[in-house]
Design a binder for this molecule. Structure first.
Ligand code: GAR
Length: 201
């Protein structure tokens, strides 16, 4: 399956995808970014993956930018879109074009702490159990059906950066696992409750 990865920043999840999808029937054919300074783009170029940058200033609005990204992904034959630290909100028309074919990784146990600064929110709330969610993307903020979650008990941590580092080691396993599941065709929606995903086979 041909996939694209959307990135905004450091790109450690992109690196994990490059490494952990090797040998599976999944090919990263495009890396797109809303930030032309994203270090993640360097990782893509090192791995000889075509990159595209779509900065807000070059487009009339978010929808125009997202449709340009969608066109570029279509030109590259992309079947599944993976958000790996992509910090811009995707507009409705993009989500419609790739309905049920967009996966995101989020550093909390959704539906707790959606949106930005999830780890800071969780630390501020004094939670003892943190975690990572891999989910499908819908029009809401981190509200799409949950594919995979992993929790970790962290008592006594007050530094969000330290917690996020621990969560990222989980992300680096969970996101490639979610992509492999999606690519294998094993994921369907529960007909009785479309918010619930069934992992079969
Ligand atoms: C990741 O930790 C991911 O969970 C977070 O951005 C980071 C990107 O790191 N995403 C979100 O918070 C999305 N709401 P990376 O650039 O090193 O992969």
């Amino acid at each position: 399956m041909k996939i694209a990865v959307l990135v905004s920043g450091r790109g450690s999840n992109l690196q994990a995808l490059i490494k952990n999808l090797h040998g599976f029937d999944v090919e990263i054919v495009a890396v797109a970014s809303d930030n032309d300074d994203a270090p993640a783009l360097r990782h893509a170029r090192t791995a000889n993956i075509p990159t595209g940058t779509f900065i807000a200033e070059s487009f009339d609005d978010r929808t125009a930018r997202d449709l340009a990204i969608a066109d570029w992904l279509d030109e590259n034959g992309v079947e599944l879109v993976v958000l790996a630290g992509y910090m811009a909100l995707l507009s409705g028309p993009f989500i419609e074009r790739f309905r049920d074919r967009i996966v995101n990784v989020h550093p909390s146990l959704l539906p707790s702490f959606p949106g930005t600064r999830a780890v800071e929110q969780a630390v501020a709330a004094g939670v003892k159990v943190f975690g990572v969610t891999v989910h499908l993307v819908d029009e809401g903020i981190d509200s799409g059906p949950i594919l995979l979650q992993r929790a970790v008990q962290l008592d006594g941590y007050s530094d969000p950066t330290e917690v996020h580092q621990i969560l990222q080691t989980i992300e680096h396993e969970l996101l490639p696992e979610g992509v492999r599941l999606m690519a294998s065709g094993a994921v369907t929606r529960d007909p009785g409750n479309p918010q619930r995903l069934i992992i079969g086979r």
